[in-house]
Design a protein around this ligand. Structure first.
Ligand SMILES: [Zn+2]
Length: 712
């Protein structure tokens, strides 16, 4: 995807090991649900603006090439990112409730302000609401009723915690776990369970048993021995103890319980693949029938669990990480019932903290946003509530958004550009000098099989079985989570719904799905300043053209290329061509590994390779498509003193303008498969002779190195 920045913010702080998988549509261990817990933890909105905070009824306009964002004091051949974005960085300090701030995040905030207006109106409308409007209006009203939430404290959590407390033996655990999974939809509670297309047969949906069970954002947090990592771990244990105290436990007991939680999570983390390993779909594909699944975990009886989540008859599973399940089984057998209850209590409280009284909300914010990401202030409640409704009933809310924002003309324009990018890819594949004819034929077959999904789904999700009550906030969240998990599981054994979207229409992002073999551009990402019908083609092709090319290239990156035209994990490359591809990608991993993220931390370029490749291919394709468009509609020689080629590159760079907190960069380096934005611009243009020519750079300058990488 083009950017995961705000996805991290939206699903964010409470996310665990499943983060990468849930965020990139690339072979995900399952459609692991974004837990609602995280949605409400989302950061946002400048606190300074809060006094004047009000909903938007229309979108503020920013051009796709913004002259005020430039830093003309910078030399484009030395640091193109600073040249293109230095002004933006100066004009857009990070709001106090954000971990980072960028063009996508700003747009996302504008979208949320528009959604706020819609929700506020529907929350207060007494009559004439459709069933979907009742749901989103009342979900928002319940979330905004802070006095009611405050008065209840931890009380709404009691029914779930009582189920945990009532367990008399470990035999009862599977049934209780099923109830907890339905109520929280959180893979932090021991493991993740969902559904996805069978990697071996993309026409089938099967059950996926995923790794999970962690509270920290990545397995590496449990093992790193440097001073900063140790400090973050110590503070995590203190936070877990604080949460137990909020549940009413005494000082010494809470400390002991937190130590138990860390010990269990560390053991589970040991069994978990690294993020780099998780990028290899072959490592995540282990088919099992019910018998084989049971044999893997003698200490966990799957029958009552599957019955509890309504999947008694299911007999086809992908156990993405068998090693994790062996570690889980060892813990379940070795730990006392009391320790397991302690672990479950923590995860239930953790998953629910954002929906409880301010004591819980603040304690959760202190660690997961302030300590881990450097965010000084909690986002205003309206913004957290909008994120929650978008997360839980997003296609009901999305319909209202689409009515306001997405015209048939805009859809036609985007499709035109998409077709041009696809034609560019066809000519690029045909012209590749290192790829043989056999592989080329398969690549073209895959390209021709790609489905373009633009704006919003043709058929909206049916929420009729979901009950939303105006006076039951946590109940709404739990029913919403259960609705989502049941929806995922109901797909098992049914034909694949190819019209489905995994992003909501207001989302400012895009994705490629290797098993559907489709690219998806929500309405939210097709707005200025990313796509600007008022300005000329050059910056538009550089920006949105580059994004379309980026998503398309994901089908052919180191991960996507392992799936064929029908979405099956099946090698279609000759040995020789695969070796040629890997030789060229190694040039990129070597290049990006040199860049520093923060302090002593370099880019983990094996983690970012897929995205770096997509950026590279995206720019190649956008350039070809733009040249074709120019042949039909010549560009003006100069606008604001910039040539068309210069405008193309500046438009490309300005999607990425950003400011980041150092804590966030540290988290980013460990968990985000994208390189930091600065290098997504500078590392990219350095590989393009067209850039050197456009800005008349001297060979040997940083943006015009003598040695370049070339993949496509
Ligand atoms: Zn991407």
């Amino acid at each position: 995807m083009r950017s995961t920045r705000h996805l991290i913010a939206a699903f964010g702080a409470a996310c665990t090991a499943g983060l990468a998988a849930a965020q990139d549509a690339a072979p995900s261990p399952a459609q692991a649900p974004s837990s609602a817990a995280a949605a409400v933890t989302a950061a946002s909105e400048p606190a300074s603006a809060r006094a004047a905070d009000k909903p938007l009824t229309s979108f503020p306009y920013t051009p796709v090439l913004d002259l005020t964002s430039l830093d003309r004091g910078a030399n484009p051949c030395e640091d193109f990112y600073r040249f293109s974005c230095g002004g933006w960085q100066k004009n857009n300090p990070i709001p106090s409730d954000q971990a980072s701030w960028d063009v996508y995040a700003k747009m996302s905030q504008d979208n949320k302000r528009v959604l706020w207006g819609i929700l506020d109106r529907l929350a207060n409308q007494a009559e004439g609401r459709t069933p979907d409007q009742q749901k989103i209006g009342d979900a928002f009203a319940a979330c905004m009723d802070e006095p009611a939430v405050e008065a209840l404290g931890a009380k709404p959590l009691a029914p779930l915690l009582d189920q945990v407390a009532a367990m008399k033996s470990k035999k009862e655990l599977p049934a209780v776990l099923a109830a907890l999974h339905l109520a929280t939809n959180d893979d932090g509670v021991l493991f993740g369970f969902g559904s996805a297309q069978d990697y071996g047969d993309s026409t089938r949906v099967i059950a996926f048993a995923n790794a999970g069970g962690l509270g920290l954002p990545d397995r590496d947090y449990y093992f790193k021995t440097d001073a900063k990592s140790k400090e973050l771990r110590d503070k995590y244990v203190a936070h877990v103890a604080n949460m137990f105290r909020l549940l009413g436990d005494g000082e010494a007991g809470a400390r002991r319980e937190a130590a138990v939680v860390l010990a269990i999570e560390t053991a589970l983390a040991k069994g978990t693949l690294t993020r780099v390993e998780q990028r290899d779909p072959q490592k995540l594909f282990h088919k099992a029938d019910a018998k084989a699944l049971q044999a893997l975990t003698p200490g966990f009886d799957w029958k009552p669990y599957l019955s509890g989540v309504g999947q008694s008859g299911t007999n086809a599973f992908n156990v993405t990480e068998p090693k994790f399940y062996r570690a889980l089984d060892a813990q379940l057998r070795a730990r006392s019932l009391g320790d397991l209850k302690t672990y479950l209590r923590w995860h239930v409280a953790h998953a629910s903290a954002p929906f409880l009284s301010s004591a819980f909300v603040n304690e959760n914010f202190e660690y997961f946003s302030k300590t881990l990401r450097g965010v000084p202030e909690l986002a205003p409640r309206w913004r957290r509530c909008v994120a929650l409704v978008d997360n839980q009933v997003g296609e009901a809310l999305g319909q209202e958004f689409v009515k306001m924002t997405f015209s048939p003309e805009l859809k036609a324009k985007t499709l035109h550009m998409t077709h041009q990018i696809e034609e560019a890819m066809e000519s690029e594949i045909k012209g590749l000098d290192w790829m043989g004819l056999e592989t080329k034929a398969k690549a073209l077959e895959k390209l021709h099989g790609i489905v373009n999904k633009i704006g919003y789904p043709d058929k909206w999700r049916d929420y009729s079985t979901l009950t939303i009550r105006r006076d039951d906030f946590l109940g709404n969240v739990q029913r919403g989570d259960a609705f989502e998990l049941r929806r995922l599981l109901a797909k098992i054994g049914k034909p694949v719904d190819r019209g489905e979207w995994s992003m909501t229409p207001p989302t400012v992002n895009a994705y490629y799905d290797p098993q559907m073999n489709d690219i998806n551009f929500p309405a939210g990402v097709l707005q200025p300043p990313l796509f600007d019908a008022k300005l000329d083609d050059a910056p538009n092709y550089g920006n949105t053209g580059g994004t379309i090319g980026h998503e398309l290239t994901h089908g052919f990156d180191d991960e996507g290329r392992q799936f064929d035209a029908t979405g099956n994990l099946r090698n279609w490359w000759t040995k020789k061509d695969a070796a040629e591809f890997e030789k060229r990608t190694k040039c990129l991993t070597d290049q990006y590994a040199q860049y520093v993220v923060v302090d002593e931390i370099h880019i983990n370029s094996k983690l970012t390779l897929g995205e770096d490749l997509a950026d590279f291919g995206g720019l190649v394709l956008a350039l070809i498509a733009w040249k074709a468009e120019m042949a039909a509609h010549p560009a003006p020689a100069s606008v604001d003193g910039f040539t068309p080629d210069q405008r193309f590159f500046i438009g490309m760079a300005q999607w990425a303008c950003a400011n980041d907190r150092p804590e966030e960069m540290r988290l980013h380096a460990m968990t985000d498969p994208h390189s930091p934005n600065k290098y997504r611009v500078n590392g990219l243009v350095a590989n393009f002779a067209e850039f050197e020519k456009a800005f008349a750079c001297k060979p040997g300058q940083p943006m015009a190195p003598v040695k370049r990488c070339r993949v496509w």
